[in-house]
Design a protein around this ligand. Structure first.
Ligand code: ADP
Length: 582
């Protein structure tokens, strides 16, 4: 039997509820058979005087049957209400659970995962696939399982009654199922194509909406909507192809199934004339036969739907199986020395960090320098465990950071990168992100030390000014100072600092230098340096070239060595001129 728990990725509780829902469907199906028993019994009672020649009609029994019939109707109402509640509440609470679980899971995935996936696909995964699971759990799976169980039960019961008639009733069943099951592969292929077409539409819609400004400004409306229309047309065609084919198989199967009804009449008549069957049993089979096929037809229609949904749930399962980055929650090392041992790393196929070994001593500034694309930011991000190295180890205070939960590790690291993320909120709250629950005066102190206080107070509502989406109302230098204020508030022992590449005006430059000086005091600092003049004072400089560590030492040593660092330093001084102007 299919393992529904695994197929649908249900929780323990969800699976328990699912079984209850199936039981509820079986109960309501069986209740539905009660009126049939009443009808058969009534017919029997009515025919009794005719068959036995002149016996009186048993009116008492008829009244009793009428009572039972009424009772059955009332019972059905309650049982069905129970089934409805069971299936729906189970579906919705389980899908909520799955959504939360998937969101949690995504949070713990390494950033490399997001490199591979685009955002639309992720959103589709969480929203649409969960809705699908919800639908399967409420409309498809309990019905499928419940109707199957009911039919098997009824089948067994009828076989006890008269096996020959039962055989005639169900003779066409295997053929009908073989038709639907046999088309599973074709359906899966078409189903997958339909799902991909839907995904492409979601992509196009997102692109269209995101680029609406550009579309309008450059008069691309025709071109862009043509792409969207094309995707929509493809989705329609795939849907029609898929539904059309499924429909053909279901119609064929249903047709074959109905042959069974003819078979009972034929078999019944033959047996009746041969004297091997009484009229009552014959009538019973005809009545039941007319009824039993409708749940079977429901099963035949639900099966392809179920297969189709399994495609979505498989995608969800794959997502949930992606290994998360976890590790110890406890981390209190004696020191914060960082040691890299033969670290190599690749985003895709080619290594962008190659065999780097380096010691970053606690409490001092280490600068990463090198040409653009040499791997400085990547190396810094490996230290914060945004990714795990492909080879080699990174230790912090002797502990391999691969064994640490990334969130625990990040509690000890302040990250001040160029792509500062600011939220559409007040400046106060944007700084407070550094440390949840920090008091206003702590925020003021951090802002003061990061040289933000002046410009913030000059804003219309001071600290309560809402800065636009991603701080669009602030200048680049101001944004960076806000992010330094955050880091100061966080007060982590390690700081990863990505110096601004954009040339800043002298005033901003001085302010930022002041803010950085406040930040690096007594901390282990790794600075990704773009302006080499500022790193001459660093305790250690690590020079990278095409992912390799090529030089290491103090500024003076490296200048004296006259290698890559000295060359880069000279080029910068000549081309920018700021080095000389000092
Ligand atoms: P740097 O900071 O020295 O400019 P990076 O560490 O940003 O260098 O980049 C090193 C190499 O890795 C470059 O070739 C860059 O194109 C590549 N790279 C950086 N980030 C990614 C990413 N998210 N996905 C794929 N490749 C990347």
């Amino acid at each position: 039997m299919l393992n529904m728990k695994k197929l649908l990725g249900l929780s323990e509780e969800g699976y328990r509820d699912f079984k209850k829902a199936v039981a509820a469907v079986v109960a309501s199906n069986l209740t539905l058979f009660l009126p049939f028993v009443v009808i058969i019994e009534s017919v029997k009672t009515l025919l009794q005087p005719l068959m036995t020649g002149g016996a009186a009609l048993d009116t008492g029994r008829l009244w009793l049957l009428l009572g039972v019939g009424g009772g059955a109707a009332v019972l059905y109402f309650f049982v069905y209400r129970h089934e409805y509640r069971k299936t729906y509440t189970t579906a919705y609470s389980e899908s909520e659970k799955i959504r939360i679980e998937v969101a949690e899971h995504i949070r713990q995935l390494p950033l490399s995962f997001f490199n591979k996936k685009d955002l639309t696909e992720l959103t589709t995964n969480i929203m649409a696939d969960c809705t699908t699971i919800e639908h399967v759990m409420s409309h498809v799976a309990p019905g499928l399982a419940g109707h199957t169980i009911t039919d098997v039960l009824v089948c067994a019961l009828l076989a006890v009654y008269d096996w020959r008639m039962a055989l005639a009733l169900f003779a066409a069943l295997p053929v009908a199922f073989a038709l639907v099951l046999g088309s599973k592969k074709v359906q899966a292929t078409l189903g997958e194509r339909h799902i991909n077409a839907k995904l492409a539409v979601a992509d196009q819609v997102q692109e269209y909406l995101e680029g609406i400004k550009v579309v309008k400004a450059f008069g691309l409306a025709g071109e862009k909507s043509a792409a969207l229309e094309g995707a929509l047309r493809k989705m329609k065609n795939e849907a029609m192809r898929f539904e059309g084919l499924t429909g053909v198989f279901i119609a064929l199967a249903t047709m074959v199934l109905q042959v069974g009804l003819g078979l009972i009449v034929l078999t019944g008549t033959l047996l009746l004339t041969g004297g091997g069957l009484d009229v009552i049993t014959f009538l019973t089979f005809i009545l039941i036969g007319a009824k039993i096929y409708s749940p079977i037809i429901i099963i035949l229609t639900l099966l392809p739907e179920f297969f189709y949904f399994l495609i979505s749930t498989k995608r969800m399962q794959d997502l949930r199986r992606e290994p998360v980055m976890d590790g110890a929650e406890e981390f209190s090392p004696a020191s914060f020395d960082i040691t890299l041992e033969r670290v190599s790393f690749a985003y895709h196929d080619e290594d962008v960090i190659k065999d780097v070994s380096l010691v970053i001593p606690q409490g001092s500034v280490t600068a990463f320098v090198g040409p653009s694309g040499s791997g400085k930011s990547t190396l810094a991000r490996l230290i914060a465990r945004f990714w795990d190295p492909r080879e080699g180890t990174i230790r912090m205070g002797g502990v391999n950071i691969r064994d640490l939960n990334p969130e625990t590790l990040l509690r000890h690291i302040s990250v001040v990168f160029q792509d500062v993320v600011l939220f559409n909120d007040t400046v106060m709250n944007n700084i407070r992100i550094g440390r949840e629950g920090a008091s206003d005066s702590d925020v003021f102190a951090a802002a003061g030390a990061a040289r933000c206080d002046g410009f913030i107070r000059a804003l219309p509502q001071g600290y309560n000014t809402v800065i636009g989406e991603n701080g669009s109302t602030l200048s680049g230098g101001e944004r960076q100072r806000v992010s330094i204020a955050r880091a100061l508030l966080k007060d982590a022992p390690i700081v990863l600092l990505d110096e601004a590449t954009a040339s800043l005006d002298p005033e901003n430059e001085t302010e930022i230098q002041g803010a950085i000086s406040a930040l690096v005091k007594n901390r282990t600092v790794i600075v990704i340096a773009h302006r080499l003049r500022t790193v001459l004072t660093a305790a250690k400089i690590a020079v990278l070239d095409k992912g390799r560590l090529v030089e290491e030492g103090s500024g003076a040593t490296l200048l004296a060595r006259n290698g890559l660092f000295a060359r880069l330093y000279r080029i910068q001084q000549e081309s920018l001129g700021w080095g000389v102007s000092r």
